[in-house]
Ligand binder design. Structure first.
Ligand code: COA
Ligand code: AMP
Length: 627
């Protein structure tokens, strides 16, 4: 470990020196002199007196620097049979115009805008247009239903919502407009206007509040980039916590641009002009950072893909995109590769395409199981790089840094801490555990640039959720261990967050939807292992005493209810009706014990259990042995 070790040590011993140097990769309106502001602990702020504009750094400076005709974005949409490329100049023009549309609708610096869109280039245009005028976007994943959208609208209080008439999932059209209207109806905070992109697959009926994207942008006066403080928020991205109320992760402008720009060459080994494809969704953090901002900040070409890895038209879809667009690095979730492996176990479809330009496969979003790692490595014969990160950090915490120094890969480990992250594995008392011993993964403060400075309008929840359990550390919510070589192994969440097909969900949100059914007395939802999706939720329901309706009907109603309230991505299909839920004497449901039994582990019965007979009665259900 040569250059890695040196750079890493420097980042920990002299964070201000390290990141002050990295900040030179960005064009500033006002160069920062206060690199790390620690005057208001436990809140750290990066580049506190710097001023810049993220959209300028992502688009305008490349046009000015001679990349105007280079492709900035390639939109590849097998579901609409479209491939279209947008140069940096075209993107700059579209974004400036849409920024003008937002201005015209009264959106100013500091105002919030919710973006609820499918995987279309206009989603990127809307995000960058907000950045251009200093507005704060909050993108909501299209797979969330009206209620989840309403929760986010209530918290972000947007002046405007930008949406589309529909999304397209495989061969199905999903009208977005009725979901948006229902969300606004439910929300207490009503946006003044909504801008709707009409897609020919399904036109939306427009109302008084609605503005048509195409006519508005055609008439708009282009708006210029507005300098903002490095510490001004660029976006809010809601993520699942342990309760049904999502957490509004705040990302500020300066630290985000500096860290993402640094990551492109040092972690992903990409240079300006290279083609990068993050097969995720703009609604998730991977989409924000590596579909939209990082590739553009680095002058690369980014691919936005509207489709699935399988069935569009076949499990060779990814190879076709890589070959056709000359993708140098692909980034996706392991579940996508498990899906391809399931349909094309020998990778026979790969022989139809020339993907020799692909140098790396990066995987994140969930644990990369060794079997999928070996399958992908054998098939592609290139480095398959697992890396671990969270919505809260916005970029990798632990990785094998291809640009800095490629280290030997160990299957099951995302490798070593990225510069800036001082990782510790702690026991209950907050002591470091020996190598090889499992514990809570925590990061010593300060966190590096790009990581969340707080939660949207909720400093208290930020401190309570992340900084209180181990004072002086950020609690990641993941458990795992370090080995003798300093490689980290991330084994899974230690809280009630689950990860379904790379989608982060709160069991609390699913429980809230189930508990709202009139026949349900109480319920618990846990995440259990799944060979394709990594995890899937399982629900356990106790009915009210007087209920004598058909259990099958109730189960169906509950599945529909979760889909309607949380969204199709929740994928809660398995629900068992049980006599009681195992609890501690203080009334806490023993979810972790239930999960262990469901996954076939020999779980010791906790000494705090209230009534062991309830757990005994549930064992066969958890193990699928009943009936
Ligand atoms: N809008 C509306 N509905 C959506 C949606 C969106 N943006 N995204 C997903 N859904 C729906 C799906 O259509 C599906 O509906 P169904 O139950 O009626 O079939 C449901 O939500 C579950 O979706 P998903 O979990 O994605 O399952 P899938 O079977 O459709 O696809 C994979 C499984 C593995 C192929 C897919 O999840 C995948 O490609 N994942 C890897 C990439 C990724 O997205 N990673 C995220 C973070 S890196
Ligand atoms: P999200 O905030 O949606 O990116 O989800 C973050 C969570 O996904 C983490 O807390 C982990 O539980 C999980 N995760 C992401 N990447 C990895 C990885 N490479 N290995 C193991 N778990 C991961």
């Amino acid at each position: 470990m040569g250059s890695y070790r040196t750079e890493y040590r420097r980042s920990i011993d002299d964070p201000a020196g390290f990141w002050g140097e990295a900040a030179k990769g960005i064009t500033w309106d006002r160069e920062p002199t206060r690199i790390l502001d620690d005057t208001n602990l436990p809140f750290y702020r990066w580049f506190a007196d710097g001023e810049m504009n993220t959209c300028y750094n992502a688009l305008d400076r490349h046009v000015e620097g001679g990349r105007g005709d280079q492709a900035a974005v390639i939109y590849d949409s097998p579901v609409t049979d479209t491939v279209r490329s947008y140069s940096y100049r075209e993107m700059q023009d579209q974004v400036a115009r849409f920024a003008g549309v937002l201005r015209g609708l009264g959106v100013d610096k500091g105002d919030t805008v919710v973006v609820y869109m499918p995987m279309v280039p206009e989603a990127l245009v809307a995000m960058l247009a907000c950045a251009r005028i200093g507005a704060v976007h909050s993108v909501v994943f299209g797979g969330f239903a009206a209620h989840e959208l309403a929760l986010r609208i209530n918290d972000a209080q947007p002046k405007v919502v930008v949406s589309a008439s529909c999304g397209i999932e495989r061969d199905r059209t999903i009208p977005y407009k009725p979901l948006l209207d229902a969300a606004i109806e439910e929300a207490k905070s009503k946006p003044e206007r909504t801008v709707i992109l009409q897609r020919s697959a399904c036109l939306a009926t427009m109302g008084e509040r609605d503005v048509d994207w195409a006519s508005a942008i055609a008439e708009a006066e282009p708006a210029d980039c507005v300098p903002v403080k490095a510490t001004d928020p660029l976006y809010i991205l809601y993520t699942s916590g342990t309760t049904a109320r999502p957490k509004g992760v705040v990302r500020d402008n300066g630290g985000h641009a500096v860290a993402l720009h640094w990551s492109m060459s040092n972690i992903y080994d990409l240079a300006p002009g290279d083609v990068f494809w993050a097969a995720s969704d703009v609604g998730w953090v991977v989409g924000h950072s590596y579909i939209v901002y990082a590739p553009l900040l680095a002058g690369c070409t980014t691919v936005i893909y509207e489709g699935k890895p399988v069935g569009t038209p076949d499990a060779g879809a990814f190879w076709r995109v890589i070959a056709q667009h000359g993708v140098k690095a692909l980034f996706t979730a392991p579940t996508a590769f498990r899906a391809i492996k399931k349909e094309d176990p020998k990778g026979a479809l790969l022989s139809d395409y020339d993907i020799s330009g692909m140098k790396y496969l990066f995987l994140a979003g969930e644990r990369l199981d060794p079997e999928t790692y070996h399958w992908a490595t054998d098939l592609l014969q290139i480095p398959v790089i697992d890396h671990w990160w969270q919505t809260e950090t916005g970029w990798p915490i632990v990785a094998n840094m291809m640009g800095l120094e490629a280290l030997p890969i160990k299957a099951g480990s995302p490798t070593v801490p990225v510069p800036g992250y001082d990782i510790h594995v702690l026991d209950e008392e907050g002591e470091n555990v020996p190598a090889g011993t499992e514990g809570a993964i925590a990061i010593k403060l300060p966190l590096p640039p790009c990581t969340l400075p707080t939660l949207w309008k909720d400093d208290e929840r930020f401190v309570e959720s992340y900084l209180t359990r181990y004072p002086g550390y950020y609690l990641t919510g993941d458990g795992g261990h370090l080995d003798e070589d300093g490689y980290l192994f991330v084994m899974g969440r230690t809280d009630d967050v689950i990860n379904v097909a790379g989608h982060r969900l709160s069991t609390g949100a699913l429980e809230e939807a189930v508990a709202g059914h009139p026949d349900v007395a109480e319920c618990a939802v846990i995440g259990v292992n799944d060979t394709l999706k990594g995890q899937v939720p399982r629900g356990f329901v106790v009915l009210k005493a007087a209920v004598d309706r058909d259990p099958e009907t109730i189960r169906r109603e509950l599945v529909d209810r979760v889909r309607e309230q949380v969204g199709a991505v929740a994928s809660l299909r398995e629900i068992d009706i049980v006599g009681g839920l195992p609890k501690t004497r203080s009334g806490k449901i023993l979810r972790r014990t239930m999960r262990g039994i469901a996954e076939g582990r020999d779980e010791a019965v906790p000494s705090t259990i209230d009534d062991p007979a309830v757990l005994d009665a549930m064992r066969p259900v958890l193990r699928h042995e009943q009936g």
